[in-house]
Design a protein around this ligand. Sequence first.
Ligand SMILES: C[S@@+](CC[C@H](N)C(=O)[O-])C[C@H]1O[C@@H](n2cnc3c(N)ncnc32)[C@H](O)[C@@H]1O
Length: 244
Amino acid sequence: MTEPPLEPATRPSPPPPLRRAQTPPPLPRVEGGFKTVLADPPWRFANRTGKVAPEHRRLDRYSTLPLEQIRRLPVPDVVADDAHLYLWVPNALLPQGLGVLEAWGFRYVSNIVWAKRRKDGGPDGRGVGFYFRNVTELVLFGVRGSLRTLAPARSQVNLIETRKREHSRKPDELYGLIEACSPAPYLELFARHPRPGWTAWGDEAAPDAVRRGRQHKGYAGGRLAEESLAGGFDPGRWSRAVAG
Ligand SMILES: C[S@@+](CC[C@H](N)C(=O)[O-])C[C@H]1O[C@@H](n2cnc3c(N)ncnc32)[C@H](O)[C@@H]1O
């Protein structure tokens, strides 16, 4: 039996429109250019309103930018001739991330993996993913001109293992790693939690900015449980933990 058409008064109202992308404000400059840039762009996913998407209508975490606008940011104009770039890129957008790195004048040389851990050190399997359940995120590392990493980098492994916090918030541990391995002056693009010694740029970068999205109430970052670190890496144990 076919349903009668809805009366106008009972028709569901259309969902509110998505936020419109803002034109990014001018980038900051320093004499001689920034030597090191960290960027966590508001990548736009094909499914803009899915539960995990930044622009999910009810959760409304932050605005995103079309890829072309990210590529066109005048990063080459504000960095030194010899410089480092640390660029967060979602696993699904790796080719696009490499394209942005090159468009900003850097060449890809390496990467750092953030492995999201539970308190007991096992992989935090609450992540999402269409093909696999993602428990890692990638930071692409690019070099412009000629600039080696600083001496401490020779013993720095390309892995950060911490617990995750609110949606899209990256681990603070990355700042310490960068400060040990790459020279100042430091610029963070699309910053949300400004850090002393860094120039922060982004529409939520001001210290008094009211950030959208849910703020994490309990965990404030930091180390995993001591006992989980003491035993060293046991991939067998962790794959069992994920499966179980
Ligand atoms: C992926 S989040 C950054 C998360 C941050 N790294 C953290 O750890 O919390 C991207 C940021 O870019 C900001 N953003 C979005 N559109 C922007 C624009 N047009 N200009 C400047 N910032 C923008 C968002 O508001 C958001 O704060």
